[in-house]
Write a protein that binds this ligand. Structure first.
Ligand SMILES: NC(=O)c1ccc[n+]([C@@H]2O[C@H](COP(=O)([O-])OP(=O)(O)OC[C@H]3O[C@@H](n4cnc5c(N)ncnc54)[C@H](O)[C@@H]3O)[C@@H](O)[C@H]2O)c1
Length: 275
């Protein structure tokens, strides 16, 4: 943390779930938080919680699908605090569906929210971080981008792309003294199902069951992500199932995919999940 004596962080999607939990983790360490969300009430609630836990911050309303909103957010941070040290591209949604049924509208929705928003966040803030002599970017992906589970292509694609973007920038931004961490959790409790879009009720039921069975909280994932950022690690994979999937796929890709295909073909996921 000595890297960032001014302790200024900007978090998108900070009105709920991981973003809110991360804001509170930073607040507990004395950071100033740019609490950003599309939902004003939730962002204000987060700021109240930040203040209650002894932190400081400002609400910055921003729709991450609009690059001009992110540019305005950067200007606000520059005017209010002279800049920002850590940028967290977190806001996102979840979706699922059979490949032949996912509409173009659903693809555009999820690509804009989960991928283009992260690209925009990096494009807008890298020049500011570079001008300041360095900084750190935390991008929110998901283990979905590694696991490639069936009937989730639209979500998996966005998260795999965020991992790839983060890996690329990890190298590309190194000479600019900008670190990059990509967070890849499996399921944890949040409000992510509120905007969930799927082609069938079956996928929604399955996702709800995964969430209900998750033992992880947003706080667990946020605390781990912050530690990874402090250590300047590229990957923040917090949960044991996520670590297992990550290693299996890297070390034994054919076995991994054949096993998942066997489970899917024999409807074993449905049986395990009781659907
Ligand atoms: N919850 C999980 O199990 C899980 C697992 C892996 C990855 N993730 C990822 O974590 C991130 C955060 O999700 P969460 O689980 O905390 O969900 P959440 O729904 O609790 O929080 C998401 C926040 O993003 C905000 N948001 C939505 N659209 C926005 C927009 N256009 N502009 C700005 N803000 C917007 C929402 O208002 C909300 O406050 C997402 O990118 C999600 O894909 C979640």
């Amino acid at each position: 943390m000595k890297r960032f004596p001014q302790k200024r962080v900007f978090i998108t999607g900070a009105g709920s779930g991981f973003g809110r939990a991360l804001a509170l983790e930073f607040a507990a360490k004395g950071w100033r938080i740019g609490v950003s969300d599309i939902d004003e009430n939730r962002a204000k609630e987060t700021l109240d919680l930040v203040k209650q836990s002894g932190g400081k911050g400002i609400v910055i309303l921003c729709d991450v699908t609009k690059i001009e909103d992110l540019e305005k957010a950067a200007q606000t941070l520059e005017q209010s605090w002279g800049g920002v040290d850590v940028v967290v591209n977190n806001a996102g949604v979840a979706g699922a569906g059979y490949i032949e049924k996912i509409s173009e509208t659903q693809w555009d929705w999820i690509l804009d929210l989960n991928l283009k928003s992260v690209i925009y966040g990096c494009r807008v803030f890298v020049p500011m971080l570079e001008k300041q002599g360095g900084g750190h970017i935390i991008n929110m992906a998901s283990s979905a981008g590694i696991a490639s589970l069936p009937e989730m292509s639209c979500y998996n694609v966005t998260k795999a792309a965020v991992i790839s973007l983060s890996e690329t920038l990890r190298i590309e931004l190194g000479p600019k003294n900008i670190g990059v961490t990509v967070v890849a959790p499996t399921f944890f409790h949040s409000n992510l199902m509120e905007k969930f879009q799927s082609t069938d009720e079956r996928q929604k039921n399955m996702a709800n069951t995964f969430f209900a069975r998750s033992g992880a909280t947003a706080k667990d994932v946020a605390a781990h992500a912050l530690k990874c950022m402090e250590k300047d690690k590229l990957y923040a994979i917090c949960q044991l199932d996520g670590k297992f999937i990550w290693r299996m796929k890297r070390l034994f890709p054919e076995i991994y995919f054949n096993t998942i295909r066997f489970f899917y073909k024999n409807r074993l996921f449905d049986r395990i999940m009781g659907n």
